[in-house]
Design a protein around this ligand. Sequence first.
Ligand SMILES: [Ca+2]
Ligand SMILES: [Ca+2]
Ligand SMILES: [Ca+2]
Length: 442
Amino acid sequence: MISAAATAPLLSGERGEYALANGEDALPYLQTMHSAANAGFMIPEQVWDSEEPTSYGHELGRSTGSASSLSWAMAQYVRLAAGVDNGSPVERPANVAARYASGATFSTPELDLSSPAALSTADAASTTVAGTTNASRVYVSVNGTVTEAPVTAGADGVGSFSLDVPLTGAKNKIVVAGVAADGGTAQEETTVLYYGTRLGALADPSGDDNGPGSYTYPTNPAYVPGAFDLTGVEVYDAGENYAFVTTIAGEVTNPWGGQGISHQRVNIYLGTGAGGSTPGLPGTNINVEHGWDSVIVTDGRFDGAGVFSPDGTRTSAVSLLAVPEARQIVTRVPKAALGSLDPATARMSVAMFGNAEAGEGTGNVRPVYDGDYWAAGDPSWIKEWRFGGGAGVFDGGLDSRDTDTRDPNALDVIVGEGQSQAAVLDWRAGSPVVVPMVGLTN
Ligand SMILES: [Ca+2]
Ligand SMILES: [Ca+2]
Ligand SMILES: [Ca+2]
């Protein structure tokens, strides 16, 4: 609200009330507010507080063009005028005065949380909040619902508490407050995640978000390091849904206002492991090791997310939840959308792409271009907005926008035990490359 060279008249009113409460003359503050009013006696939100001329024509002590009148400022003027007339502020909330104006100081109790661990994922819809404190009372809030946790007295006045609390969402904010006998307080906060019953996970190393070893990110700073670096996928049974939790090494950012995410496009292909190598979705430039029945697409933009069948039909919507604190992207998939496939026993291929707008590449997948072409940056937007280190150059006449689609557009994939991603994604050795199907482990 207050910029470098503008000031808020209403704050003069607050200063005036402070002066009044200290037995000082508050009239100059009232006059300062009065002077800021415009020709219609309306007090603005901000006035210019500098002699420097501006291209906007602002004048010292006059409105910057902000809200006039600002009802908050007008009300403050009336409060101060009434206070000056009264000889003291006309309103002083008793609880606030008792806390801050009595001169009393309060103790800050010790409060240590031993459980739950910050950003841990609970394996049931409840968690135990436990710790030690010398406070006389402890309150636990989960997503705003408050319960008192009984404190058991211990040696040296340090007691303990332990309370099982229900987790009511995926992301559960837990606030623990300790209240000392004199009313002093201490507070601790933590977040616990809950996605359902864990079915298993796939792990991936960090630092391999370079496809076959040569791929580079677009240079625009929106593409933060690690944005396409898979570190794992965990799968949870959540009643009507499965939750597929993709974790990345970089920050989960959303600069373009997507549904939780702006950059990533994750494909998780599911099948029974039967059949031979089968093409992935158009634009991916990959094959999947075996036949697949469904692919879960996680993408925050252009209505790109959903469950798709091999013929490209969207068979189900999915819901996305970004959990930046834990670098997670959660995709909830209705169980019915996967038919008889059970993720606990299915085989799956996981691949990370950069998403694209219509017209940037086939199937909302961002293309990868030749390394030298990309590095030359001609035209300059190629380097800024596309991936390099692959094959081909931009051609606006092609649906793929790419003269060579032998190279996979995947930045990172999950490979099996003993396999090398660099070898798996090496299109020069054979194209299309074949991404392995793997099963969940615990
Ligand atoms: Ca990785
Ligand atoms: Ca290419
Ligand atoms: Ca990998």
